[in-house]
Design a protein around this ligand. Structure first.
Ligand SMILES: O=C(O)CCC(=O)C(=O)O
Length: 212
C-alpha cells in the first residue's frame, strides 16, 4: 500500500516514502560542463521518441520495455562514472544501504525536454534495480507523482543541478511523469519552462546478468 493518504486537493502533503530530493548536487560550472559534454560530438542524440534521448551502458528498448544482454553498449564513459559517484556520495544512509546491496549504476539515459515536452507517467521496469537517480540540468520543471493504490498525488519541483532519488514505495508504487506543457504552477506562480536535460542512472537486475 502507499502510505500517503490524499488531502482534499488530491495531493499528499508529504513526499512518497523513498523520494529523496537534494536541491544542490552540482555547481553552475559542473552543470555547464555536463551540458557541453551532452551536446558534444561524442554524445549523439536519438530522435525516435517525441523527445530526444541518449543511452549509455545499455540501450533500453521502449517498444518491448525490456533489457537483455544484447542491449549492452559497454561501460559508462568516465564523465558519467564521475557523476554517478557524486550521486552515491549524496545519497542518504537509507538509500546507500539499498544501493550498496546492488551492482553499480550501469545504465544512464539522458532525456531532453524542449518547452512543451514531457514523459508519460510510469513506474520504472523491474529489469532496473531498486534505486533510480536523476540529475537535473537546465530549466526547472514539476514532476508529478501518483500512487496507484490510493490515488494520492504529489508534485516535486526539480530545480537545475538537483538530484532526485526514488526507492522503496516512491520507486515501485508511485508513477512519476512530466506533463507536456509550456508552463508550471509553483508557489502560486505560473513559470515558463525552458530546455531541461536530465541524466537518470539505474542499476540493472535482469536475471541473465545477475547469474553472471
Ligand atoms: O527526466 C526525468 O526527470 C525523468 C526521466 C524518467 O523518468 C525516465 O527516463 O524514465
Amino acid at each position: 500500500m502507499c502510505s500517503e493518504e490524499p488531502t482534499a486537493s488530491g495531493l499528499a502533503a508529504d513526499p512518497p516514502p523513498g523520494l529523496e530530493y537534494h536541491p544542490q548536487l552540482l555547481t553552475a560550472r559542473d552543470e555547464a560542463g555536463l551540458l557541453a559534454r551532452i551536446d558534444g560530438a561524442d554524445s549523439p542524440w536519438l530522435d525516435d521518441l517525441s523527445r530526444r534521448v541518449q543511452h549509455f551502458g545499455f540501450k533500453y528498448d521502449y517498444s518491448n520495455r525490456r533489457l537483455d544482454e544484447s542491449a549492452r553498449i559497454g561501460p559508462l564513459p568516465v564523465w558519467l562514472t564521475q557523476l554517478a559517484r557524486r550521486v552515491r556520495m549524496a545519497a542518504s544512509q537509507e538509500a546507500k544501504c539499498v544501493l550498496d546491496a546492488q551492482r553499480p549504476f550501469e545504465q544512464a539515459i539522458v532525456n531532453e525536454y524542449e518547452q512543451g515536452q514531457g514523459i508519460a507517467p510510469h513506474v520504472d521496469r523491474g529489469c532496473f534495480g531498486p534505486v533510480v537517480a536523476t540529475v537535473s540540468l537546465g530549466s526547472a520543471i514539476n514532476m508529478d507523482f501518483r500512487c496507484d493504490t490510493t490515488g494520492a498525488g504529489y508534485v516535486q519541483r526539480l530545480e537545475p543541478r538537483s538530484l532526485l532519488l526514488l526507492f522503496g514505495n516512491a520507486r515501485s508504487m508511485w508513477r512519476h511523469g512530466i506533463a507536456k506543457r509550456r508552463t508550471d504552477i509553483w508557489d502560486s506562480q505560473k513559470i515558463t519552462r525552458d530546455r531541461r536535460v536530465s541524466v537518470t542512472f539505474r542499476t540493472v537486475t535482469m536475471p541473465d546478468i545477475e547469474g553472471g
